[in-house]
Each structure stands twice: as structure tokens, then as C-alpha cells.
Design a protein around this ligand. Structure first.
Ligand code: SAM
Length: 269
């Protein structure tokens, strides 16, 4: 795996570490298998001590936030879940989905091929009707999604976790427009992004430089999430990373008293 696809392995490394903690927020038994399959991929250099732990903690609370919000969406009537840039996430195998839930995973072909090869070796059994959709979010992804069985007339839970900042601002807007056009009444969108304030964080600058050296630079920021998401027709509940970290009793990200470095949202229509 090369380029931005490698970032899916970095998230898997963090999920494997979280799964080993006695106070873990989730168990992802496949994360360690993905990491073991490509042992040469290592985590970006994060500072030792408090800051390193806070970033690892953030990936854990983010995972749990998406887990809970997507299962809630499914229980509220979203019979389809679409993960944009699904990477090595294993929600289709880990979570208790209502009967009949269809889960679509969109990502680059090489990421999905690697993922399925490891899952097959583990004899992993999906707990929903899972369909993979190899597609590029920079181009037409809605046609392959529809070809895979997605029905735009049915309410859908959409997930954009750890993906939008790897896309250009123009692609962010195109993706959001496409999602809005394909989201029937009753749909939900669970989404995460960063703000420009993240560029002031020393730790994050180092992480971003490491990602850029792996051809996975962060290319976009959204500083006004409420305005942005409402523009696409969503009712928005916003959260900051530190609100979620505090609620889980984990270490906070250092923001030096400034505005938050990022945001998460659960949107409804
Ligand atoms: C940081 S990972 C996050 C994966 C997953 N959402 C998670 O949290 O485990 C980002 C993923 O986005 C995918 N990605 C990035 N740009 C993409 C694009 N233009 N089209 C499809 N997938 C893309 C990468 O291949 C990678 O798997």
C-alpha cells in the first residue's frame, strides 16, 4: 500500500493499541492483524508522554463516536450505511447492526483488496450485508455505489471519518453536494474535519509533515462547520475533540487556549 492508503494502517495501529488497554473503548480484533501484515509501517513520530497519548486517545474516542453514532442511525431507520474512505475500519464485523442493514465501504481498490485478504485469512464474518466499492472520491463514486446496490430513496447513515482533510477543498464540496443529493429524508451524516488552527500545533505539524512525506498531505480545513454543513441542508450537532476526550476521561489535546483544532458532527435531515 502506498500514498494516502497507508494512513488506513496508521489508524489500524492506533486501534490495535486501544484494543489492548484494560480501559479500552472498543475491541477491534482485526486491527492487529492488519498491522502485522505490513510490519514495516510505523506510527508517525508523535511526542512522548502526554501529547502522544492525547492523540492516540483522540483516535480511540473518534472511533467510538462513529461506532455509536452509526449504530444509532441504523436503529433510527437508516438501513444503509455508507463509509467514505472506509480504510481498514471493521464496523461491519464488530458492531451489532439491526437485521437487514447494508454497509457500503468506499475506498481505493488496493486498500479494499488488502483489507479483504486479511479478513479472509482471519475467517471474519460480517454482521450485516457488507459491500465494498472500489472508487476514487476525487471522481465519480456515486455510480459505482449505485451499481453496488445503494438506493438513494432509502434513508442512509453516511460516515466521513479521517478522510475529508486528505481531499482538496473542491473535492470536499463535491463530496458534500453528492451526499446531500443522495441523502433521502431521515438520513444522517457523521463527519469529522480539522480547522486551520491545527497548523499552529507543534505536535500536529510534525505528524502532518510525516504524513506529507508518505504522500498523504492534509489538503483542506473547514473553520465554520455549522455554516458549511447547514449549507448542504443538515441539522447539525457539533462536538470538539476535547469534549469527547473529557467525556471518556481521556487526556485532552493541547490547544494552548486557542480555538479547537478540529470538530466532529452528527447531522440529520
Ligand atoms: C486515515 S484513513 C481513515 C480510514 C477510515 N475512515 C478509518 O477511520 O479507519 C483515510 C482513508 O481514506 C482513503 N482515501 C483517501 N483519499 C481517497 C480518495 N480520493 N478516494 C477514495 N479513498 C480515499 C485512504 O485510502 C484511506 O483508507
Amino acid at each position: 500500500m502506498e500514498g494516502v492508503g497507508v494512513t488506513s494502517l496508521l489508524v489500524a495501529l492506533a486501534r490495535a493499541a486501544e484494543s489492548r488497554r484494560p480501559d479500552r473503548l472498543f475491541v477491534d480484533p482485526y486491527a492487529a492483524e492488519f498491522a502485522a501484515a505490513v510490519p514495516e509501517v510505523r506510527e508517525p513520530p508523535m511526542e512522548e508522554g502526554a501529547r502522544r497519548s492525547a492523540l492516540a486517545d483522540y483516535l480511540a474516542v473518534r472511533t467510538r463516536f462513529f461506532d455509536d453514532s452509526l449504530v444509532e442511525a441504523a436503529c433510527a431507520g437508516c438501513g444503509q450505511i455508507v463509509q467514505l474512505g472506509a480504510g481498514l475500519d471493521t464496523r461491519g464485523f464488530r458492531l451489532n447492526w439491526p437485521a437487514g442493514t447494508r454497509l457500503f465501504e468506499i475506498d481505493q481498490p488496493e486498500v479494499l483488496t488488502f483489507k479483504d485478504s486479511v479478513l479472509r485469512r482471519c475467517a471474519a464474518q460480517p454482521r450485516c450485508e457488507r459491500r465494498t466499492v472500489p472508487a476514487d472520491l476525487d471522481s465519480d463514486w456515486i455510480t459505482p455505489l449505485r451499481d453496488a446496490g445503494f438506493d438513494p430513496d432509502q434513508p442512509t447513515g453516511w460516515a466521513a471519518e479521517g478522510i475529508l482533510y486528505y481531499l482538496s477543498p473542491e473535492t470536499n464540496d463535491r463530496v458534500m453536494r453528492t451526499v446531500a443529493d443522495a441523502a433521502a429524508m431521515g438520513s444522517r451524516l457523521v463527519v469529522e474535519h480539522v480547522t486551520r488552527h491545527v497548523t499552529r500545533s507543534e505536535t500536529m505539524s510534525r505528524v502532518r509533515a510525516d504524513l506529507a512525506s508518505r504522500a498523504a498531505e492534509w489538503r483542506s480545513f473547514v473553520d465554520e462547520p455549522m455554516t458549511w454543513l447547514r449549507w448542504y441542508g443538515w441539522h447539525v450537532r457539533l462536538f470538539t475533540p476535547n469534549e469527547l476526550l473529557a467525556a471518556s476521561g481521556r487526556r485532552l489535546l493541547a490547544e494552548n487556549g486557542g480555538p479547537p483544532n478540529g470538530w466532529l458532527a452528527v447531522c440529520e435531515r
